[in-house]
Design a protein around this ligand. Structure first.
Ligand SMILES: Cc1cc2nc3c(=O)[nH]c(=O)nc-3n(C[C@H](O)[C@H](O)[C@H](O)COP(=O)(O)O)c2cc1C
Length: 227
């Protein structure tokens, strides 16, 4: 009887351990992706990047590496993160749809700039749905990842709503240009896109009722002489 109890306790611990391990694995390995701190650096000057920068819509099917994605995402907050009193908290959100990035499972993530990590969003998103949300742009299917910039208007302090909204759009514009420059420096291709069905993009990527999509940026390895 005592042996039976001991065995029951042992198996109880065994099962509990298994459950905890699964939670740990899902929570820390699958749901949160820590981006590399030492990301890659380009070798050209800002002026060269400004001249080289152009919108690229043709990508090879190759994966990009996490260091490249980390550098692009870091660029979004290098100069764009200082928030004003009018727009407290993080002034815009960046979601990342991963299609083909080495060692990062495909899916939708929210980018946390303070911790330089991606947090998985519990939404099922597939490339055909994205293509259906962006009319006439089926070339995005070969992009390795897609950045989705959104503004959460519910976070704007009421007396300065108009100004807060403008401020958030300016910050997103700065972040977009930084991604363009970083992509040029790393020999990656990207383009900013505003022509999409708002409701479909919102449904695919966002959750807050007052969170609005502002623009998308597919990213990938450019085809030779791509435009
Ligand atoms: C605000 C804005 C919205 C844009 N929206 C789209 C878009 O929906 N689809 C697209 O293919 N390109 C879009 N573009 C990219 C422009 O077409 C591109 O910047 C223009 O062709 C100039 O080329 P360049 O960026 O190589 O100088 C947009 C650009 C800006 C600035």
């Amino acid at each position: 009887m005592r042996a039976l109890t001991r065995r029951t306790v042992f198996f109880g611990f065994f099962i509990l351990g298994g459950i905890l391990l699964k939670v740990f694995w899902q929570g820390f390995v699958h749901d949160v992706v820590r981006l590399p701190k030492h990301f890659v650096h380009g070798t050209i000057t800002v002026e060269e990047a400004l001249w080289k920068r152009r919108s690229i819509r043709m990508y090879t099917d190759e994966a990009i590496v996490p260091q490249e994605l980390a550098a692009l995402l870091k660029a979004t907050h290098n100069t764009a993160s200082a928030d004003s009193v009018m727009y407290p908290g993080q002034s815009f959100n960046i979601f990342v749809y991963i299609r083909h990035v080495q060692n990062i499972p495909a899916g939708l993530y929210h980018y946390c700039s303070e911790k330089q990590e991606l947090r998985r969003v519990n939404k099922k998103v597939a490339m055909p749905d994205i293509i259906a949300a962006v009319p006439g742009r089926d070339w995005i299917r070969k992009s390795a990842a897609m950045l989705i910039f959104s503004a959460d208007y519910s976070r704007i302090a009421v007396p300065s709503w108009e100004r807060g909204m403008r401020s958030s759009h300016i910050k997103i514009g700065k972040a977009v240009q930084n991604v363009y420059l970083e992509a040029a420096s790393l020999n990656l291709g990207t383009v900013v896109m505003m022509a999409f069905y708002d409701d479909r993009v919102k449904q695919l990527f966002l959750s807050g009722s007052r969170e609005e999509p502002v623009c998308l940026m597919p990213v990938g390895k450019p085809l030779k002489d791509a435009r």
